[in-house]
Design a protein around this ligand. Structure first.
Ligand code: PMV
Length: 360
C-alpha cells in the first residue's frame, strides 16, 4: 500500500457530532527504531511486544462547526485538567494527518486523555497517546463509511498514529508487531505496523515485562532530538544494517522458541540504542548508576540460575525486565528481593504482552 491508499474517500455523511473512546497500550521494542527520514519514515525496521497494563485512554468529543475554520479547533485535557503545553504537539499531528482526514477543520474537538501509568514515571506516553488519538479520529470517518473493512481500519489507524509518533504505529493491534520495510518480511512497510506474520512459539505467550522505574521525570533528550542525531552519525549505516539482520535472526528464534538466542538479540539491541546515543554529537548518557546495577544483577542471576530473564531499555534510565510465563514466580521473587531497591521508592509496574487497542 502507498500513502495514496490512505486518502479519505468519504466527504459526505459525516456525523454532526458525537463522542468516541479508545484505550491504546504502550509497546516495548525488541529491535529498536532509532533514526528516521522525512515524514516519519523509519531509518531501520523494528519489532515490539504490545503491552497491556501501560495504556492511554482517550475520549474525543466532536461537534460540527457552522463553517469550517482556517485553523484546527480543539481543547485538550490531560488527567482532567487543561494542558496547554500539549497543544502544539496535537496541532502538528493534525497538520500531518489532515490530507488523510480532510474533515478535521470542520469540527471542534474536545480531547480528554489519561494514562494508566503514573504521571512523570519516565514512561513515554507518546506511543499509546498518539495511537489512541488516531483511533478516535479515524472512528469518525468509519462511522460515515461503514463499508470500511476492519483490516483497512487497523492499517490506516497505524498509518495515522505513525505520523504522530513513530513507535505509536506499533500500538494498534497484535501481540508482536513489526514496522519498517525489510527484505525478509515481504509484507513489511515503512508506513504502518503489521502483526508479525510468522509463527511465534508458545514460549513467548504471556511474556512478562516488569518495568523498573529507576528515574522518574523528564528525559535528558527527547526522542525526536535523538532520532535526528542519527543523521551523520558515524555508525548509522552499520546500525541500520544490524537491525535488518536481527529481524532476520528473530524469525527462527520466534519459531523455535529459542529463549537464549532471544535474550542475546534483545539485550544487544538495548545496549546498541544507548551506544548510539553515547556516540552521537552531542552525546548523551541516559542510563543511571541504578540502571547498571540492575543489568549486572540480572546477568549474575541468569548465570547462577539459568533462568531466561533479560532486560531492555527505552531512551531513558528505566529497565524493562522480560521473562517467560513459565518462570514468572522465581523471577518476580528475584526482582522483589534484589532489584526493587534500585528503583525510586521501589516503584515498578507489572506488565505483560497484550493484544492491542480497544474501543470502549
Ligand atoms: O516513537 P518515538 O519517536 O518516540 O521513538 C521511540 C524510540 C524508542 O522507543 C527508543 C525505540 C522504539 O523502537 O520504540
Amino acid at each position: 500500500m502507498t500513502e495514496k491508499d490512505f486518502l479519505s474517500k468519504k466527504a459526505d455523511g459525516l456525523a454532526t457530532g458525537g463522542k468516541v473512546t479508545w484505550k491504546a497500550p504502550s509497546n516495548i521494542a525488541l529491535v529498536k527504531y532509532w533514526g528516521k527520514k522525512a515524514n516519519q519514515i523509519p531509518a531501520n525496521p523494528s519489532i515490539s511486544f504490545m503491552l497491556d497494563a501501560c495504556a492511554t485512554t482517550t475520549t474525543l468529543s466532536f461537534e460540527r462547526k457552522k463553517t469550517a475554520g482556517e485553523e484546527f479547533s480543539f481543547d485538550f485535557y490531560f488527567e482532567g485538567k487543561p494542558k496547554e503545553s500539549f497543544k502544539a504537539k496535537i496541532s502538528t499531528f493534525f497538520g500531518r494527518v489532515e490530507s488523510y482526514l480532510p474533515f478535521l477543520k470542520q469540527y471542534h474537538f474536545v480531547i480528554e486523555t489519561s494514562n494508566s501509568f503514573p504521571h512523570s514515571s519516565g514512561i513515554a506516553s507518546s506511543a499509546s497517546g498518539m495511537a489512541a488519538l488516531a483511533l478516535c479520529l479515524l472512528s469518525i470517518e468509519k462511522e460515515a463509511d461503514p463499508a470500511m473493512s476492519e483490516d483497512f481500519f487497523i492499517r490506516k489507524a497505524s498509518f495515522l498514529a505513525r505520523l504522530g509518533s513513530g513507535s505509536a504505529c506499533r500500538s494498534i493491534e497484535g501481540d508482536v508487531i513489526q514496522w519498517g520495510e525489510t527484505p525478509t518480511i515481504p509484507e513489511s512497510s515503512d508506513l504502518y505496523g503489521i502483526k508479525y506474520p510468522y509463527p511465534v512459539h508458545p514460549n513467548f505467550k504471556n511474556f512478562h515485562d516488569t518495568i523498573l522505574l529507576v528515574h522518574k521525570g523528564q528525559k535528558q533528550v527527547s526522542s525526536s532530538v535523538g532520532h535526528d542525531l542519527m543523521h551523520g552519525h558515524p555508525f548509522a549505516e552499520k546500525r541500520f544494517q544490524q537491525a535488518h539482520g536481527n529481524l532476520e535472526r528473530l524469525k527462527a528464534i520466534f519459531s523455535d522458541g529459542n529463549l537464549d538466542a532471544f535474550i542475546e538479540i534483545v539485550e544487544s539491541e538495548a545496549l546498541t540504542l544507548h551506544a548510539m546515543m553515547m556516540t552521537s554529537q552531542p552525546y548523551f548518557m541516559l542510563m543511571q548508576p541504578n540502571t547498571l546495577e540492575i543489568i549486572n544483577k540480572i546477568w549474575e542471576y541468569r548465570k547462577e540460575t539459568g533462568r531466561h530473564v533479560c532486560f531492555t531499555l527505552d531512551a531513558g534510565a528505566n529497565v524493562h525486565v522480560l521473562y517467560p510465563e513459565s518462570e514468572k514466580k522465581p523471577v518476580y521473587q528475584f526482582i522483589c528481593e534484589s532489584l526493587l531497591q534500585h528503583c525510586e521508592n521501589g516503584h515498578h509496574i507489572c506488565d505483560r504482552i497484550g493484544f492491542g487497542a480497544k474501543k470502549l
